[in-house]
Design a protein around this ligand. Structure first.
Ligand code: LP5
Ligand code: MN
Length: 241
């Protein structure tokens, strides 16, 4: 049956070789059966800029994605909060289309809104301030004009800071804000919503203004992988190992 797969939050990096192997197997055995694969952010542990495409891990991943996408599975990639510097060269290397966040899609007749999910975490004010700064064109141009090694060192510092900040934040601060979800659903005409980022896989239902909307939350790839499989009107999570 024609179907589409959604994944996010793989956080691939040199230290996650088990997950990299799992992902490569997924690209060879499971993804080719899908009409389309959507990666909804944080494919990589971090992305320092498209001039880092030559790193062996990056070549391995982009070439496997390219093989998938040049056969029968269309490939779409959205940036996450870790890899928002992914741009045109990365997309070209993967034969993928980069998606803006959010993106509304007609999925087998059901309007479906895709987002990484971090924009919905509006209670996390410190993160939203950081996000606003680093998503600006001027900041990105300045950051990307530095040598790659210097950028990586700054990202490493930021990752350490993020890990310690997260220890001080409550779980509810780091989850989506329900009013932000409702506002997004209203703004886009009450679609189905699919996102990642919070690493709390599941399904929630919203009854809003006489409409019922499904929200699917993708899990991260930690010990195992997971994907959302959508065919016709139905979506269901699948575990990968
Ligand atoms: O990703 P994760 O799970 O660790 O946590 C996120 C939020 N943290 C981040 C930061 C990224 O992890 C860091 C890597 C990004 C690489 C991008 C390249 C360019 C950046 C280079 C920076 C110099 O996204 C975390 C959320 C959590 O999700 C849950 O939603 O809480 O947010 C934070 O930890 C942010 C802190 O709360 C605020 C930090 C303020 C630091 C400001 C100094 C840096 C100034 C430089 C930028 C102008
Ligand atoms: Mn994320």
């Amino acid at each position: 049956m024609p179907h589409t797969l959604f994944i996010s939050d793989l956080h691939l990096g040199a230290e996650q070789s088990h997950i990299t192997q799992l992902f490569l197997r997924f690209l060879q055995r499971i993804a080719p059966k899908a009409e389309a694969l959507y990666i909804l952010g944080d494919l990589f542990e971090y992305w320092a800029g498209d001039d880092d495409l030559d790193a062996p891990l990056h070549r391995q991943i982009t070439s496997a994605l390219n093989t998938l996408a040049t056969n029968n599975t269309r490939l779409f990639i959205m940036c996450g909060n870790r890899d928002f510097l992914m741009a045109g060269e990365l997309a070209a290397a993967c034969h993928a289309t980069l998606l803006s966040d959010p993106t509304l899609l007609d999925l087998y007749g059901t309007p479906t809104l895709l987002t990484h999910g971090d924009m919905l975490c509006t209670d996390d004010a410190a993160y939203q301030d950081f996000r606003q700064q680093v998503r600006g064109d001027e900041w990105q141009q300045r950051f990307l004009s530095q040598p790659l090694a210097q950028r990586k060192a700054q990202i490493a510092q930021m990752r350490t800071m993020s890990a310690s900040e997260k220890q001080r934040k409550t779980m509810s601060i780091m989850d989506v804000n329900e009013e932000a979800v409702a506002a997004l659903l209203r703004e886009h005409g009450y679609p189905r919503l699919i996102h990642g980022h919070t690493h709390r896989p599941g399904r929630a239902l919203y009854h809003l203004d006489g409409h019922t909307c499904e929200r699917w939350i993708l899990g991260d790839w930690d010990k195992r992988g997971n994907a959302l499989h959508c065919a016709g009107q139905e979506c269901r999570p699948i575990e990968l190992d």
